[in-house]
Design a protein around this ligand. Structure first.
Ligand SMILES: [Mn+2]
Length: 346
C-alpha cells in the first residue's frame, strides 16, 4: 500500500508562494514532529502554536491570531471537527484522523490533505505525510528522516511507514529504542509542563541538527521527572485503588500536578490486560481515562453511555475517556459505581 495525496498539485501551488504563515499543530509527538519538519522545510512561521484547548480544540484567540497572517497551516489536527468557519485565510490542513467533512468541498480556501479520503483504512501519521509531500518538492528530507520517524513511532505507525523508520536508522545511527525514547521525551515535556512544555519541545527539535542535540537538551530533565512520577503513582495505585470483583475492575483517583492520567491507565492496564482500569482526576471538571486491553469490557461504549446527557465520553473498545463538568461529577460517579458493582449494566 502506498500513500496517495490527491491534492498534491494544490499543495505545491500553496507552498510555492508562501511568505508569511501561521502554523498550528496537535500537542503530541506526531504533531510536534510534523510541525518541526514543516518549519525546517518552509522557514520559520510568523505565528506558531500547539492547539490550545484539551483534545483537538482551539480557542477563538488563537484563531484570531492566525487570521493575521496571509496563509495558515494546520498539522495533525482534524480542523473539520472544529469551528472552521472562523478561519479567514487560505489554509492547508495536513491530517490523518478519521475525517467527518472533506473541507476541499466546503470552500476553495481550504486544501485538506487526509489519506483517508482515498482509503478510509489508510494509516499514515502527519509526520510521514509531511515527509512524503516534501520529498518531491525538492526538500532535503533525508537530513530530517529521524524527526519524521519519531512522529511515526509516537502515533504507532511503524507498520505502514517502514521506509522512513529505515531511513532514520540507516542515516542517523539510531535504533528503534532511541526513536521511542525521543517520542517519550516529547510526551513527557507535555506531561510536566503542559502546552509550554510542548512548545519547548518544538523549539528544541527545530534547532536540533541531530538526535544528539535533543538528548543533551533540558527535555531530558522533563523525561526523568515524568518517569519518576509514573513509578510513584503505579506503587500508590497498588495500595489505594478500589477493586470491584464483580466486574474485575479497578478505580483510582490520581493526585498529581502532571498531565498523566492516560499514560498511567495505559501502563497499569498493560500489566493486567483483562481487568478494566479507571483512573480519574478532579479539577474544574472530572477527567477519567478507561482501559481494558482485551476489550472484555468495551470501555469506549461504556464511557459514552455513562456520560450521556451530563458530559462527553467515548473512544476505542480498549481505550477511552470522558470529561464531566463539576456539577455532574456526583451523578457520573454514581453511574460508574453501579456499573462496577454489577448492579447496573449499560
Ligand atoms: Mn496527534
Amino acid at each position: 500500500m502506498k500513500l496517495i495525496i490527491n491534492e498534491f498539485d494544490r499543495v505545491k501551488k500553496f507552498l510555492s508562494d508562501l511568505d508569511e504563515y501561521s502554523l498550528v499543530y496537535h500537542k503530541d509527538s506526531d504533531g510536534v514532529c510534523s510541525a518541526v519538519l514543516l518549519s525546517k522545510f518552509l522557514g520559520t512561521p510568523k505565528v506558531v502554536s500547539p492547539n490550545d484547548l484539551p483534545g483537538i480544540g482551539i480557542t477563538d484567540m488563537l484563531v484570531n491570531s492566525i487570521n493575521s497572517t496571509k496563509k495558515i497551516i494546520f498539522t495533525d489536527l482534524p480542523v473539520d471537527q472544529t469551528s472552521y468557519d472562523k478561519i479567514k485565510r487560505e489554509t492547508l490542513i495536513i491530517d490523518h484522523h478519521i475525517p467527518k467533512t472533506n473541507l476541499n468541498k466546503v470552500s476553495n480556501k481550504f486544501i485538506h490533505v487526509n489519506p483517508r479520503f482515498s482509503d478510509p483504512n489508510a494509516y499514515y501519521p502527519a509526520s510521514y505525510i509531511v515527509y512524503k509531500i516534501s520529498e518531491p518538492l525538492g526538500m532535503d528530507v533525508k537530513k530530517c528522516s529521524w524527526i519524521s520517524a519519531v512522529g511515526v513511532i509516537g502515533d504507532h505507525g511503524e507498520k505502514t511507514c517502514k521506509d522512513v523508520i529505515e531511513d532514520a536508522i540507516r542515516d542517523h545511527g539510531i535504533d528503534r529504542n532511541d526513536l521511542n525514547f525521543l517520542s517519550n521525551i516529547i510526551e513527557s515535556s507535555k506531561g510536566v509542563k503542559g502546552m509550554s512544555g510542548i512548545s519547548e519541545a518544538y523549539q528544541i527539535f527545530l534547532n536540533a541538527e541531530s538526535p544528539k542535540d535533543v538528548l543533551e537538551s533540558k527535555l531530558i530533565g522533563y523525561y526523568h521527572k515524568y518517569q519518576k512520577e509514573i513509578n510513584q503513582l503505579i506503587s500508590d495505585f497498588r495500595y489505594h485503588s478500589e477493586f470491584f470483583p464483580e466486574t474485575d475492575s479497578y478505580l483510582y483517583e490520581i493526585k498529581s500536578r502532571y498531565n498523566i492520567t492516560s499514560v498511567l491507565s495505559t501502563k497499569i492496564s498493560e500489566e493486567m490486560p483483562d481487568s478494566a482500569v479507571f483512573v480519574y482526576k478532579v479539577r474544574d471538571y472530572l477527567f477519567i481515562s478507561a482501559r481494558c486491553q482485551t476489550g472484555r469490557i468495551n470501555v469506549g461504549k461504556l464511557m459514552e453511555k455513562l456520560s450521556e446527557g451530563i458530559g462527553s465520553g467515548g473512544g476505542h473498545p480498549q481505550a477511552a475517556a470522558a470529561t464531566i463538568p463539576k456539577k455532574h461529577i456526583e451523578e457520573f460517579m454514581e453511574r460508574l459505581r453501579k456499573y462496577l458493582e454489577g448492579i447496573q449494566s449499560v
